[in-house]
Design a protein around this ligand. Structure first.
Ligand code: GDP
Length: 478
């Protein structure tokens, strides 16, 4: 287990933390040093074992500041510079200001006005808005929900443990063959709080044991679909309710779908399941147990799976396109991610030792595989994508596309029900001759159409009465 994650596992409430806790969280934040050898967006190239990857894997800036605080021409510590103008209006710059007497930057982030050339310019100050957003979001913490699906034995639990450096499945009981014959799909929820460098993440893993294990797997994804819908429904209810402040977001942000390395592309069950879910969740297909395939086989299987996905019209998660003015490195990185689908992954719950190094891997008579070695698998690519580069996009797509679809459908159904109900009550009132008491329409209604529908309904009703009378006469005549 990694020392930074493993020891810090603790349950975390995602509601606004007390202000008291905040300074602690912020103190641990890695300040972004201006001369740290980072690329734009604070990304660094991976150090260990990643050099052979066709493109760089990014790491956020870590560690403490490497640059000693610069002093400006006025002899003030840079962290006080943004406040200089404010101070100038209160006291003369020549006055002996001790650092302690200066108002401090409240959250220790680098100030956008903190450059010598900015000192003589006048600013309103809104370039600090990102810092304010940063402070609020860090204070609130982050949530992320991942669902895993695929037939049992494909290494789902092992991969989740490897991805998030946890041990989530200690008490898991694997059912025997008899128990699996008529098995239904269960939904098991694991929640963990992870804290790294003062940033808190409430991670929810939704497991779907039993999926694809029964003799008859028809509609075995129904439970999964229902679960995703239930989370949307709950969110919709909470959002439309009175107390919208502390809404818990349990919507599923991505589905890691495990494809067997032993088949030829997707199985019918995979296609059916993915198609049933692709409008509701971001599907990321994975080629499981990549260590059981040769390099050439991996490439072949990846191509076949991509072809099946295209041919059967499965909509998996689409990595966002880069803008034309983005830097070239980012564009290469995005293209590489797209070309790597499905990610060929390896998982392991144990550390192995080889050539004096200890790492998470699998040991075989002919050698060892390293889970985090990009030459051996796409594990690192997947983890970086999930956590470092695309977590926010997965959440945005969930909110803006999948949830919006659900919400629009819900509102449409509700409106239809309301219209039907109103029509029914209108009909009753017409019938009872309550024209004077015409109800106020809830929405703009075409009254002429309403009247026509009512008249047609009445005609139908009368014809039905005539028909019934004729039937009665026929029966009496027999
Ligand atoms: P699940 O039923 O899909 O959750 O699968 P498990 O994680 O329980 O793994 C089933 C078996 O496969 C265990 O014996 C694991 O040690 C093994 N396993 C897990 N991941 C891998 C992998 O990447 N490669 C290989 N060869 N075996 C794996």
């Amino acid at each position: 287990m990694s020392p930074c994650l493993g020891c810090a596992l603790s349950s975390l409430s995602i509601e606004d933390q007390e202000d008291v806790q905040f300074p602690y969280a912020m103190r641990d934040l890695p300040p972004i040093s201006q001369s740290t050898p980072t690329e734009p967006n604070g990304r660094l190239k991976s150090s260990s074992g990643t050099s052979s990857l066709p493109c760089s894997i990014y790491f956020p800036p870590t560690g403490s500041p490497t640059v000693p605080p610069r002093r400006n021409h006025a002899g003030l510590d840079p962290q006080f510079l943004p406040l200089r103008k404010q101070i100038v209006s209160q006291v003369s710059l020549e006055s002996p200001l001790s650092p302690a007497s200066l108002p401090r930057s409240p959250w220790g982030r680098p100030d956008p006005y903190d450059s010598p050339e900015d000192q003589d310019k006048e600013y309103v100050g809104f370039a600090t808005l990102p810092n304010q957003v940063h402070r609020k979001t860090v204070k609130k913490g982050f949530t992320f929900t991942v669902m895993v699906a695929g037939e049992s034995g494909l290494g789902k639990s092992t991969l989740i443990n490897s991805l998030f450096l946890t041990d989530l499945y200690k008490e898991r009981k694997v059912p025997n063959a008899e128990e699996r014959i008529g098995q239904t799909v269960d939904i098991v929820k694991h929640m963990i709080g992870i804290e790294e460098k003062g940033i808190k993440l409430r991670l929810t893993i939704i497991d779907t044991p039993g999926f694809g294990d029964a003799v008859n797997n028809i509609k075995s994804w129904k439970h999964i679909e229902d679960y995703i819908d239930q989370q949307f429904e709950q969110f919709f209810r909470d959002e439309s309710g009175l107390n919208r402040k502390n809404i818990q977001d349990n919507r599923v942000h991505c589905l890691l779908y495990f494809v067997s390395p032993f088949g030829h592309g997707l199985r019918p069950l995979d296609v059916e399941c993915m198609k049933a879910l692709h409008e509701k969740v971001n599907i990321i297909p994975l080629l499981a147990k990549a260590d059981s395939l040769t390099q050439a086989e991996i490439l072949k299987k990846k191509m076949k799976i991509r072809e099946d996905i295209r041919q059967f019209g499965v909509n998996i998660y689409q990595f966002p396109d880069c803008d034309s003015d983005e830097d070239e490195d980012l564009k290469t990185q995005e293209q590489f991610l797209k070309d790597s689908i499905p990610f060929a992954v390896i998982g392991s719950n144990i550390q192995v030792e080889s050539k004096g190094r200890k790492f998470r891997g699998r040991s075989y008579p002919w050698g060892v595989v390293e889970v985090e070695n990009p030459v051996h698998s796409d594990f690192l690519l997947l983890r970086n994508m999930l956590v470092r580069t695309h977590m926010q996009d997965l959440k945005d797509v969930t909110r803006e596309i999948h949830y919006e679809n659900y919400r629009a459908q819900c509102i449409q159904n509700m409106t239809r029900m309301m219209v039907l109900e109103r029509k029914r009550s209108l009909r009753e009132k017409y019938r009872e001759g309550y024209e004077a008491d015409f109800p106020l329409p809830l929405a703009v209604v075409d009254t002429e159409k309403e009247r026509q529908i009512f008249e047609k309904d009445e005609e139908l009703r009368k014809m039905q009465e005539v028909l019934e009378r004729i039937q009665e006469q026929i029966q009496q005549g027999q």
